[in-house]
Design a protein. Structure first.
Length: 294
């Protein structure tokens, strides 16, 4: 007997809903990695709702996705500062002892940004907007706004159709990348990363229905996302360092340490991209619907 698409999707969403709501107490307590966990759960849920949006009525889901974007944005400010503080701390330790003072200033500045951003997150979690979102998320599980006809369709067919579209979108972006002007390449790689993440999450959601092939596709998309995520982190950290270096230069201060740190991040960005061709290898073949359906 075939499985209906609607109930199968709601079951998959239940895991993401649990991850998001269960992360809230840890974020409030500022436990290690808690902001990251809640941000990932928020973005994962929003991505799955986007990929499988045709199974739902538009209005309620569009509104929910907008609110999830708002929450992810707040969490992202804190998480990005947290990541930069960790990166700068590691880079600073690699510098000569007499040059570590400036690096530690970078670390302190990012930790201060994290503290301010975390306060903003806590304020939002105590507000009416988040309370409304949390209630909507709970109703998504108990009373999902599914389109009745589409929700009754075969889950394997519906999920495979979504994966094909997400796969093709990512494949097209990767195929376009060699022709992208150099000045636009960083942002294009970021778009590839986001598309890989979207495919990863839609494939994860399809795992219970499509089994091994979907799980393998999710693993490959995750690898590509991780490689380009490392590249993006290095590029953004380098940009932050260069901004601070420019300010120091205007004051007539020595920028040697900033330049050394920027060079380290540039090397990290190049190293990450060395793994990109292999990570994108799976996209050279077309999406095989028959394999997904077994």
């Amino acid at each position: 007997m075939s499985t209906a698409a609607g109930p199968a999707l709601v079951a998959a969403l239940a895991d993401d809903l649990d991850r998001l709501l269960s992360a809230e107490p840890d974020v409030r307590a500022d436990r290690p990695d808690s902001v990251h966990s809640m941000r990932v759960a928020t973005r994962r849920l929003r991505s799955v709702l986007r990929s499988y949006r045709k199974l739902f009525h538009d209005g309620p889901i569009d509104e929910m996705r907008d609110e999830l974007r708002w929450l992810a944005g707040l969490l992202g400010v804190a998480r990005d500062a947290e990541v930069r503080a960790e990166r700068f701390a590691a880079l600073t330790e690699e510098q000569p002892t007499e040059q570590r003072r400036i690096g530690r200033r970078l670390v302190s500045a990012e930790r201060a940004k994290y503290t301010r951003a975390h306060r903003a997150v806590l304020k939002a979690l105590d507000g009416d907007r988040y309370a409304t979102l949390r209630e909507r998320l709970r109703k998504l599980h108990s009373h999902p706004p599914l389109r009745k006809k589409r929700a009754k369709s075969d889950a394997a067919d519906a999920f495979s159709s979504v994966l094909r579209k997400d796969f093709q979108r990512l494949r097209n972006l990767v195929r376009e990348e060699p022709e992208v002007p150099e000045e636009d390449r960083v942002e294009h790689l970021h778009e590839i990363r986001k598309a890989a993440k979207r495919l990863r999450y839609s494939a994860d959601a399809a795992g219970r229905v499509l089994g091994g092939p979907a799980e393998e596709l999710a693993r490959k998309a995750k690898k590509l996302q991780s490689v380009l995520g490392d590249h993006r982190d290095a590029v953004e950290a380098m940009a932050m360092i260069e901004t601070r270096a420019a300010a120091a230069r205007q004051r007539g201060a020595d920028t040697g340490v900033y330049e050394a740190l920027a060079l380290s991040e540039a090397a990290a960005a190049r190293k990450a991209l060395e793994s990109y061709p292999v990570a994108a290898e799976f996209l050279k073949t077309k999406y095989k619907r028959k394999e997904m359906l077994g």
